[in-house]
Design a protein. Sequence first.
Length: 309
Amino acid sequence: MITRRLILAGAAALTFAGSASAEDWKAKYPEITFAVIPAENGSGVTERYGPFVDYLSKELGVKVTLRVANDYAAVIEGQRAGNIQIGYYGPASFARARLTGVKTDAFVIDVNSDGSKGYYSVFYVLAKSPYQKVEELKGKNLGLVDPNSTSGNNMPRFKLNAMGIDPDAYFSKVIFTGSHENAVLALAQGTVDVAANWWNAADDSNLTRMLNKGMVKSADGTVLKKEDFRIIVKSDLIINSPYAYLSDLPDDMKAAIKKAFLDAAQKDPEAFKKLSDGKNKPWEPISNDDYNKTIELIKFVDNLRKKAS
């Protein structure tokens, strides 16, 4: 005969088992590392993510340490080695990680203010320059971001290939600037004549975020405005960036991490808003399969490089 006492005892046992399981992963991971690709310069990433990391530490009950990666590959290799439990990737760097055997799983995706989950790669020139299209830039300098950047390298190469252009032969120099911010600054200061970057909407791009902070100046120190830049190429839609955790983390640990991210906009709205200057909606769940097209993109770009070498 099933009694109320037995039911209560069973419920208590399940509660204890769940609590013990949580304590098990916290004992194994008293500190976890959350690494972010250098979409902007180091101090900017730290300032943007600091409050969220504090929130994450509180929600998970373990210390979360922010690591600003030197380049996109550092997040890939850090997760490969098991030193980075949570990584914020670009779509192409996540695809590269998966393609090269890193055991990492996407769990949430950035969502734009209009509810869309994609962005674009654009080519900027200075508005004062005579350049209206790529065909007028032969022999000039091109600024890219990082070999593993989607909007800053892979999509630009894909787009140029569709125009019949091999950037390494067409331009005088192809310069990797290291971050999206540096690419804009290289253009503003005349180091490059055209630069690739990410763009969500007319009022939300890396350029507009930099302009809002007064970061964009010409070589003589003049503060530039949005009207000082012109877009001459815009790509097809690119899927937004994922956050990914190591596949072999304990299941209850992964569930806790995912829940903390999904709850962030409600539980700590100020920390969440700071991540995108208030532009993004709450994160939504995502899976590895959603990045299969991006894997195909980087395979295509890899083949282009092989043919050129």
